[in-house]
Each structure stands twice: as structure tokens, then as C-alpha cells.
Ligand binder design. Structure first.
Ligand SMILES: [Zn+2]
Length: 326
């Protein structure tokens, strides 16, 4: 789908693409709305001989109805046929990240960059959320991951001033995903236990992201000094994480779920004694409304619960304000 945005495309119906008088496809409309290859596939389809209303049809089971089971089977089949196999370089870089001794949340963060799944303005707009997709720092470009981590003026300056220096070839014309993956492979060394360069690279990506979130949601700073400060803090977190005691992990308390003690926030534990937080939320595509709820219990037996529902954008802000308070 090319020329028109996905928000407009959601309103399209198949019948808009058919010239009913002559029972043929409207070739020029289809070519204008779809990529060349998709247009070719659509135009190659036979049209029904008599007029029929649109209906939703799932072609992967005999009843034409989607089920999770049939969806899962299709995915498995694709995987076995290698259709959605990752490129070798991409896979290798993710394997490096999974086995690194860094905070689990950073691993997930890198994984989200790899799948372009960060909630940057461009991605939110693409999913139909009504927001301004420009970067609110420089205002020069649309805010996508490539912009946040490479081309925004604050990112360029941060990479230059960051000590120790990480050489990132920041003018190399490639997607941010490829660039991140390539640098991960470049900075990884099999011979080093700690892979310092790789850690520093991940820390700078993380710091740019955290600083951007502080600027967007809490209106704080967002300049290069904040990025460098975040990088220092992240390095401290990493040291705390590496010095963690693994003894607890073996102490199997049946009241805790498996893996409970493996969670490590990179902070000293005494601040978080018996702290339990549960959060869940969802949003609806059609109305763009969202809701979420949370409950937490801390070591002093203070219990607290809360909910919020609003249009998705505002709800997201309320969620972040809450996480800032606790
Ligand atoms: Zn910018």
C-alpha cells in the first residue's frame, strides 16, 4: 500500500474497486492505491458473476472463519518453509544480545528496535493514532527510530560527545535496523568476557530512548546533557546488575512464580524489598480509546490500586506519569 495512508485505507471497501456496470476491476484506482505487485495480484483475480456484498473471509480453513489455531498453523507452516526466516546477520546479532550479560529490559529494547516495534510517533501514526509525527526536538523530520537514534541533532551530538567514543559510521546510508545489527556484530568480540564496546553501544541507544521519553512525556530536558547523564546512570545500573547475587535465584519460594527472582532492575535491592507491581491494559482500534489498571504492594504493606481510561494518547501519558510517581 503506497500513496494513501493506512488511516484512509481503513475506510476502503472491495466494492469501491469494482466497476459494477461492466463487472470489471477499476484498474486505475487499484494501481493508484496499491504497490505495483499487489495491484497486479488484485487485477489477476476473477470477479464473481453476480453482485455480492463484501464479507470477511479467512482462506486458511474450510469454513472461512479465523481461529487462533488456524492462524498459528499458518505461521508454523511459513516458518518451516523459511518464508519469515531472519537474515543470517540479523539472527546472529540477536543471538549476541540474548547471551550478553546486560539488563533484560535492554535486550527486549534491542529486540523491539529490530522489529521496528518502538512506540515512536511515526509508528503510532501508522497504526491510526491521531498525533503529530514530527520530531518534537528538532521539528525537521518525522520521528521514526532512524531519526531518534541517528539523524536527530541531539543524537548526532550525543554520539560525538559520548566517552568512551563509539565509532558508529553515522553517515552510512542504511536502515536503523541494519545499522544496529551491524554495529552489534562489529562490537562483539568472542574473546572478551564483558564486551565493553557492545555494552556502551547499547547504553547509548537506551539513553537516547529514555531521554526522548522524558522529553515527550514529562517535559524534562531532552538535550544532549540529559543523554550523557542517562548513559552514566545506565552504566551504574549495569554494574549493579553484574554484581547481583545469584543465590536468591536458587531459593525456590513456592509463593513466587518461576523466574520471579531473576528480575533485576539494575538497582540495589534494598529499595525494592517485597515490591510487587502488576499492570495490564488494552486499547481499541476503532474508537482509539484505551484503558489500563495497576496494583502494587510495597514492603511496608502499603497497597494501592488504580485505573485510567481515556483516548489512547492521553492514557499513555497517564501511565507514564504513574510509573514516574512510584
Ligand atoms: Zn529530531
Amino acid at each position: 500500500m503506497g500513496i494513501e495512508t493506512s488511516a484512509q485505507a481503513r475506510k476502503w471497501k472491495v466494492e469501491d474497486l469494482i466497476d459494477k456496470d461492466n463487472n470489471i476491476w477499476k484498474g486505475s484506482v487499484i494501481r493508484q492505491r496499491f504497490e505495483w505487485r499487489d495491484a497486479k495480484d488484485i487485477l489477476a483475480m476473477d470477479l464473481p458473476r453476480c453482485p455480492t456484498s463484501d464479507f470477511v473471509y479467512w482462506k486458511h480453513n474450510s469454513k472461512g472463519k479465523y481461529t487462533v489455531k488456524s492462524g498459528y498453523e499458518v505461521l508454523l507452516e511459513r516458518r518451516s518453509m523459511g518464508e519469515d526466516k531472519m537474515e543470517e546477520g540479523a539472527l546472529e546479532s540477536l543471538k549476541i544480545i540474548w547471551r550478553s550479560n546486560i539488563l533484560p529490559k535492554w535486550k527486549v529494547f534491542i529486540w523491539r528496535i529490530t522489529y521496528d516495534a518502538l512506540a515512536v510517533n511515526y509508528n503510532l501514526k501508522r497504526r491510526g493514532i491521531d498525533i503529530d509525527s514530527q520530531c518534537d526536538y528538532c521539528g525537521f523530520e518525522e520521528e521514526d527510530s532512524h531519526h531518534i537514534f541517528r539523524t536527530c541533532s541531539v543524537a548526532r551530538l550525543a554520539w560525538t560527545l559520548y566517552q568512551p567514543q563509539v565509532q558508529t559510521d553515522d553517515d552510512e546510508p542504511m536502515s536503523v535496523v541494519k545499522w544496529v545489527q551491524r554495529n552489534i556484530r562489529l562490537f562483539y568480540s568472542k574473546d572478551e568476557v564483558d564486551n565493553k564496546k557492545l555494552e556502551e553501544f547499547v547504553i547509548m541507544l537506551w539513553s537516547l530512548w529514555v531521554t526522548r521519553n522524558g522529553r515527550v512525556f514529562r517535559n524534562i530536558g531532552g538535550h544532549v546533557a540529559s543523554v550523557l547523564f542517562q548513559a552514566k546512570e545506565a552504566m551504574k545500573c549495569l554494574q549493579t546488575f553484574k554484581n547481583r547475587s545469584l543465590v536468591e535465584a536458587e531459593d525456590k519460594d513456592p509463593s513466587c512464580p518461576p523466574g520471579f527472582h531473576f528480575v533485576n532492575l539494575g538497582e540495589n535491592k534494598h529499595l525494592y524489598t517485597n515490591f510487587v507491581l502488576q499492570v495490564d491494559g488494552s486499547w481499541e482500534k476503532e474508537t482509539k480509546r484505551a484503558g489500563w489498571g495497576w496494583a502494587y504492594k510495597d514492603g511496608r504493606n502499603r497497597n494501592n490500586v488504580g485505573v485510567a481510561h481515556n483516548i489512547a494518547n492521553k492514557c499513555r501519558k497517564e501511565g507514564l506519569m504513574f510509573s514516574n510517581r512510584i
